[in-house]
Design a protein around this ligand. Structure first.
Ligand code: NAD
Length: 354
């Protein structure tokens, strides 16, 4: 029997509530497919920070490295600045393991109401691919005259030909694999950012020429924000920089009904290091601890992990179970207009799986 070692970082708030449901679902699927998941829990995040002054220990990356994949809940606490939580845990993991492709599917499940009028299940079906290691989140910069009246902050974006090329190529390959609308949309702001985004446009055109069967479109990020609302059904694969795709993928998450449905993967497509799977949402401090957090985004992130581990059938089973629960419409959490608890939704998915 094959055993996969899975590092689990539940993190904070809602993260702690959505991880047990995902584990239960994965264990159920594992039984059916004759594999085992050996979960290794790492209690890192805000509590670790309050105790030790850092979000995770110094040797954290070495502890994660031998694992086959990482499941992450969410990090973030109202009493810790968000840049501390992000830079203390999430970003170092993404960078250390060169998880350069952040993949965020946006699918409107039948039975779920989009905040956009007139959209039916399946009408929205696209994937946002975000460059995940450089760009605007490269953390290059500093303060001059720190905390003085004349203070200056410098934050530099880093765009490399290699970094752009590999994420754009990933997006085209995904469009080929999806075999749906066969279209890749590139997001830039090259009218205003005349160096980084102009390089992005050039590299995009070069890579596109290798995929003549795929239609292309280039949008400025502001136009893209508008078109995610106006014509979401037209998109297939959307590729953008760290910042732009981060923001756009919150729009794509909410137009499919709830942040509680948006899954994501941080992939090292070359499989040199463990990839990490997490919901798009954060620690949701406004609802955490009440037993009402929607676990489906985390559960669907687990399905993305199975796909990466080449357990495609198991991934499809989880998606089908989630789709069935949503289509019935009886059991759903408050964010989807229901009144069920996290546990009730989890039990419903588990029942569909058996
Ligand atoms: N990847 C991450 O770990 C990550 C991502 C985003 C934000 N954060 C952190 O999370 C904290 C809160 O950030 P925020 O409020 O901007 O974003 P958030 O995603 O936590 O919450 C935004 C809204 O969506 C709702 N929501 C989120 N997840 C839900 C779920 N599973 N079920 C039902 N409703 C859900 C919340 O109740 C809230 O109204 C901050 O500290 C932030 O830095 C972490």
């Amino acid at each position: 029997m094959k055993t996969f070692t899975i590092a689990v970082i539940a993190g904070d708030g809602a993260g702690k509530e959505v991880l047990p449901p995902a584990k239960a679902v994965l264990e159920r699927v594992a039984k059916k497919h004759d594999v085992t998941f050996a979960f290794q829990d790492f209690e890192w995040g805000a509590d670790h920070f309050f105790r030790w002054g850092r979000m995770m220990p110094a040797g954290a990356i070495d502890l994660l490295q031998p694992c086959d994949a990482i499941l992450l809940g969410a990090v973030g606490h109202p009493d810790i600045p968000d840049h501390t939580t992000l830079n203390g845990l999430l970003l170092p993991i993404r960078r250390a393991f060169d998880q350069y492709a952040n993949v965020r599917p946006a699918y409107l499940y039948p039975g779920v109401r989009s905040p956009l009028a007139g959209k039916q299940g399946g009408d929205i079906n696209f994937v946002v691919v975000r460059e995940n290691t450089e760009g605007e989140y490269a953390q290059v910069g500093g303060f001059v005259y720190h905390e003085q009246p004349e203070e200056v902050a410098i934050q530099t974006s880093v765009f490399t030909r290699r970094g752009i090329e590999r994420i754009v190529r990933f997006a085209f390959e995904l469009a080929v694999k999806r075999d749906q609308k066969r279209r890749v949309t590139s997001i830039t702001k090259s009218n205003a950012q005349g160096y980084s985004m102009v390089l992005w446009d050039r590299v995009f055109r070069d890579v596109a020429s290798e995929f003549p069967q795929i239609e292309t479109e280039s949008l400025l990020v502001d136009a893209a924000a508008m078109n995610f609302i106006r014509r979401p059904e037209s998109f297939d694969v959307v590729v953008g920089s760290n910042l732009f795709a981060d923001i756009l993928s919150d729009i794509s998450a909410i137009i499919i009904g709830s942040m509680g449905l948006a899954a994501s993967a941080n992939l090292d497509p070359l499989r040199r290091f463990p990839s990490m799977f997490e919901p798009v949402h954060g620690s949701a401090p406004d609802i955490a601890g009440k037993g009402i957090v929607n676990p489906l985004a985390m559960i669907l992130s687990g399905a993305m992990m199975l796909e990466h581990l080449e357990m495609t059938q198991g991934a499809r089973e989880i998606e089908a179970a989630v789709a069935a629960v949503l289509a019935e419409g009886k059991i759903r959490t408050r964010d989807l207009g229901g009144s069920s608890s996290t546990d009730e939704v989890t039990a419903a998915v588990l029942e569909k799986l058996s």
